[in-house]
Design a binder for this molecule. Structure first.
Ligand SMILES: Cc1cc2nc3c(=O)[nH]c(=O)nc-3n(C[C@H](O)[C@H](O)[C@H](O)COP(=O)(O)OP(=O)(O)OC[C@H]3O[C@@H](n4cnc5c(N)ncnc54)[C@H](O)[C@@H]3O)c2cc1C
Length: 387
């Protein structure tokens, strides 16, 4: 039976630190590398719900998440002039109920990094090449160093380099859902108090929320667009694209776009789903968005990453290091959960960014449907007990 111990994990987002936590707990020796010089803490809030709550509890981080949770008490829908159309309680506005909890993505990343304890994490580091051999994987890093690992895990997000390096083009499909998402923080110049304000019209949505830190507001932009950027990864183009798309949109948009110039946590991406029949190849596996991104809109990315990380590490423990068996089980167990969440991603994508103005009735009907579905998909898997 192959002995597995030294495991390289690429990407310190949600999936990377989570898989390191479980691997370490189950007796393996993971090493984490992150391309950026620091943790990438940008982004909007993400939700922990369904079986991911059980995982957070079992990791001992649920209380911490509760302590750092967002505290949006009110969701407000406005029109182009800022008139209030209707309001909802914060939890319902975010499709949460019961133990479901919302936290800023950056806070969750920090909690996960803290939870993984003494797992080494090397910043400003990335992989130049991955060569699979019979008994190990030879990895060359950007500084020219070469290391051997028993396994390599790509947890490097939607635009995963690991996926590109290891899998053939016909082994994954990227499905662009025809929409984009952006988030960044600005000063809370509207003095929002635990409130999230949202304006949606003509297939565009802009939101601004402030809760725990009264000085800061986090903005969110979602929109459908046909004109694809020349280079989706170029931040200057992304900012220009956002400005062009939202100019004259109404409400506070002009002021928010003006303040965007000073934001240092700008995040922008397309609504893209990653579809793969298998997330493993040889001694390499993908965890999180790299293998099964469902797109940001349903807010299920962090849950999928947490669940995927647990199952991956747990199956490796269960198989006593027989990675062939563990990889097969990982693919098999996770596939229905991922399929349900991606289907849900399409439903949410179709429900928002509509052409017509969103009346109170339409918004309520939409919330009811999404709340019903999200509860089902976030519980769509029974977690094995690996302890
Ligand atoms: C800055 C940022 C902001 C986000 N904001 C939101 C949001 O507001 N709402 C939402 O729903 N989702 C957001 N997401 C996506 C969300 O985090 C994921 O959908 C989900 O949590 C799954 O996490 P992940 O760990 O698989 O991927 P990610 O969270 O994307 O993490 C991937 C990590 O890998 C690193 N990385 C990438 N390439 C390499 C490489 N070659 N070598 C080493 N490291 C690499 C990245 O820097 C990043 O830290 C954001 C992601 C990022 C990176």
């Amino acid at each position: 039976m192959p002995i597995i111990n030294k495991i390289l994990v690429i990407g310190a987002g949600i999936a990377g630190p989570a898989v390191c936590y479980w691997l370490r707990r189950f007796g393996f020796s993971p090493i984490l590398v992150e391309r950026c010089a620091n943790l990438r803490k940008g982004g909007h809030a993400v939700d922990i719900r369904g079986v991911a709550i059980d995982l957070a509890k079992s990791m001992g981080i649920y209380k911490k998440i509760c302590n750092m949770r967002t505290q949006v008490e009110l969701g407000r829908y406005v029109d182009a002039e800022g008139n209030i159309l209707h309001e909802e309680k914060g939890e319902r506005f975010g499709f949460r109920e019961g133990d479901d909890i919302e936290i800023l993505r950056g806070d969750l990343v920090q909690i996960l990094i803290d939870a993984m304890g003494d797992v080494p994490c090397h910043f400003n580091q990335w992989v130049e090449s991955i060569k699979q051999r019979d008994n190990d994987v030879e990895v060359q890093f950007k500084d020219g160093r070469t290391e051997l690992y028993d396994l390599v895990i790509g947890a490097d997000g939607l635009h995963s380099t690991t996926r590109r390096m290891v899998f053939d083009k016909d082994e994954y499909k990227l499905t662009n859902l025809g929409a984009y998402f952006s988030a960044f923080s600005i000063p809370n110049y509207l003095n929002l108090n635990h409130t999230d304000v949202q304006f949606e019209a003509n297939q565009k949505l802009i939101s601004m929320a402030s809760d725990k830190n009264p000085k800061i507001a986090i903005t969110g932009f979602c929109f459908r667009a046909q004109n694809v950027l020349n280079n989706l990864r170029d931040e200057n183009e992304q900012r220009r694209f956002l400005r062009d798309t939202f100019q004259d949109f109404g409400w506070e948009t002009s002021k928010i776009l003006e303040l965007m110039s000073d934001s240092n946590d700008f995040y922008f991406d397309s609504f893209t789903q990653v579809k793969m029949k298998s997330w493993t190849k040889g001694r390499v596996a993908l965890v999180g968005d790299a293998g099964y991104c469902a797109s940001p809109f349903p807010g299920q990315g962090s849950n999928q990453a947490l669940v995927g990380a647990y199952i991956f590490a747990g199956e490796l423990k269960q198989a006593e290091g027989n990675y062939h068996r563990a990889f097969n089980r990982y693919n098999e167990l996770l596939q229905p959960f991922v399929e349900a969440n991606q289907k849900f991603g399409v439903l949410v994508n179709e429900s928002f960014l509509v052409r017509d103005e969103v009346s109170k009735e339409v918004a309520e009907e939409r919330s009811n449907k999404i709340m019903q579905e999200i509860k089902i998909v976030s519980n769509m898997i029974s977690l094995p007990n690996y302890e």
